[in-house]
Design a protein around this ligand. Structure first.
Ligand code: B12
Ligand code: SF4
Length: 497
């Protein structure tokens, strides 16, 4: 089969779920093709590449564009099998009843994608497949992938000739799947509940398997920075970390980044990872108010623990990208300002802020909906913002608070980079009307910080490619985007065998 994988956009980070599934399908002899809907030519690609089946992967923020695209594809190719998976179909599976999809996969797709696509294509039964929902049936969740080493390495060939990936020498890897924490705003709380008794939540590849993939990618592709995308790369200093810190510098030796929880900072862990090549990390602060953190976010971490973690990472000269959420349910401007001040006190390298978004399936998302805090319709395809940097979706947030949020998002990194500006930013500038000057300086600060957290690619050409991409991602909006529609119905027939 010729399978077309569709993602929303080609950002500077590879779509790893899609690359994993493509590797599984290629191992069974199928051909893979990929396109992004924001290029506007998906419909033409189906005819041009003689596509037999389509696999869409998307988050909730991307659902509106996919809904429109699936409708368009159905007009031109009524019988081509279309399936979908990823975060939105997982946490909002009701889409299968109204979107015109043949099936969706809830949760991990590795065990089921081959049989699902092959059976759909050849008209065979799919009603026995775990994790699969259709209009007619909604099957239960099967077991989680137990041994990650049994999965093939991600199919990076799929992106090899594609911009921006071919210009970007930063490559993503996953050492684990799952997260044992249950923060109320995050998808893991829902994922873990959904997979109760379906296997271990946190699974880890062997160091050897991970290093072999890193070596393979390093020998095939330009790679000068490694980004571990795991929810929590490591949990503590243990035999795995010891082995990783021994093998990684010898066999890979490229600076790397990962995400970790502030509860897990210990001197031995941080010093060992630094020696192994750790350049930067992401630490979640999420709220500067300990009560909110515990009671609203289900994040059981003390102020002092967070500050100690920042101090330790600073001591080992590891650059920290922090994340703090504004506009949380049942909080006011007072807590937002506490969060701003606490974040600046922690002195991250880059103080990232987002606005709370009530994602479907998450504890806090569902709570906000039940309480009537969510603006607009219940249809996530219609009402979801395209990014957590957009204005709040909660009707409890005032217009003044929205303006202040917007200013904090762009000005906090500036106050953080230039501490002598902190008083001015915190006491005056964030209360002004948002304006292009704040946005522009914030954009520069954000990209300066990003370039230091992810210091990959030194050429001007890479810089221009990435800059283009960043500008485009910031402006992304499928509804107003120019699309290339086929002028008349293509002659392609989908052949069922
Ligand atoms: C990397 C990442 C990104 C990258 C995306 C890069 C890319 N090109 O895809 C970037 C940084 C751009 C990003 C941005 C955002 N992200 Co993000 N991101 C992730 C992250 C950390 C890893 C994704 C990943 O690669 N996972 C590993 C692969 C193997 O797993 P997977 O993708 O889930 O795929 C498996 C299954 O889902 C399934 N599957 C997936 N696709 C398909 C398709 C088919 C057909 C089938 C059958 C199965 C299937 O099978 C795969 C293998 O088992 C996840 C968290 C996570 N751990 O997954 C959050 C996550 C996906 N992001 C999330 C969010 C909220 C965002 C933002 C909105 C945040 C923001 N700051 O604005 C933005 C959205 C930007 C936008 N475009 O609108 C949420 C999504 C929640 C939701 N309901 O949609 C997640 C789940 C994290 C969370 N905190 O809850 N993100
Ligand atoms: S620690 Fe991070 S990935 Fe894990 S549940 Fe909390 S927010 Fe989600």
């Amino acid at each position: 089969m010729n399978i077309l994988y569709i993602v929303d956009t080609f950002s500077i980070i590879e779509p790893m779920g899609t690359l994993q599934l493509s590797a599984i399908m290629k191992a069974r002899g199928h051909q893979s093709f990929i396109c992004a809907i924001d290029d506007g030519n998906a419909l033409n690609r189906i005819a041009e590449w003689r596509i037999d089946a389509i696999a869409c992967s998307f988050m909730s923020t991307e659902a509106g564009g996919f809904n429109a695209l699936v409708r368009e594809i159905r007009q031109y190719y009524p019988s081509i099998p279309i399936i979908a998976g990823g975060p939105h179909p997982t946490y909002y599976p009701q889409i299968v009843d109204s979107w015109g999809l043949d099936a969706i996969v809830v949760g991990e797709g590795d065990h089921v994608i081959a049989e699902l696509m092959e059976n759909l294509y050849s008209g065979k039964d799919i009603s026995h497949l775990m994790n699969v929902h259709t209009k007619q049936f909604k099957n239960q969740q099967g077991n989680l992938v137990e041994d990650l080493d049994t999965l093939p390495f991600s199919d990076r060939e799929l992106l090899k000739e594609l911009a921006p990936f071919k210009y970007i020498p930063m490559k993503s890897f996953f050492a684990t799947r799952g997260c044992p924490y249950s923060c109320s705003y995050c998808f893991n709380s829902a994922f873990n509940k959904m997979h109760k008794n379906k296997g271990e939540v946190l699974r880890r590849r062997s160091v050897e398997n991970l290093i072999q993939e890193l070596e393979e990618v390093k020998s095939n592709t330009p790679m000068d920075f490694v980004r571990f995308g795991d929810d929590t790369f490591v949990m503590k200093y243990d035999a795995w970390v010891e082995e990783f810190c021994d093998k990684y510098p010898k066999r890979v030796g490229i600076p790397f980044y990962f995400l970790i929880h502030p509860n897990l900072a210990s001197e031995i862990l941080i010093s060992s990872l630094k020696k192994a090549g750790c350049h930067s990390i992401m630490l979640g602060i999420e709220s500067g108010n300990e009560h909110v953190r515990r009671k609203v976010l289900d994040r059981y971490v003390a102020d002092a623990t967070i500050k100690k973690a920042f101090d330790l990472y600073r001591k080992y000269d590891i650059k920290v990208f922090s994340n703090t959420i504004l506009g949380l349910p049942e909080t006011t401007l007072k807590e937002d300002l506490e969060s701003l001040n606490f974040t600046l006190d922690c002195r991250p390298f880059y103080s990232g802020f987002t606005v709370f978004t009530p994602f479907p399936g998450t504890v806090l998302g569902e709570y906000s909906k039940q309480k009537g805090y969510v603006k607009g319709s219940d249809d996530f395809a219609e009402s979801f913002p395209i990014s957590m940097q957009s204005g709040s979706m909660l009707n409890t947030v005032t217009d003044r608070q929205r303006d202040i949020h917007r200013n904090i998002l762009v000005l906090a990194p500036i106050a953080n980079l230039f501490p002598w500006l902190r008083k001015l930013v915190v006491e005056k500038l964030i209360y002004m009307k948002p304006n292009w000057f704040f946005d522009f300086t914030g954009f520069l600060a954000r990209n300066y910080c990003n370039m230091n957290i992810f210091p990959f690619g030194k050429s001007l050409y890479t810089f221009v490619q990435i800059f283009n991409k960043v500008v485009r991602i910031d402006k992304k909006n499928y509804a107003t985007q120019k699309k290339v529609l086929p002028a008349k119905l293509p002659v392609l027939e989908t052949v069922k065998v």
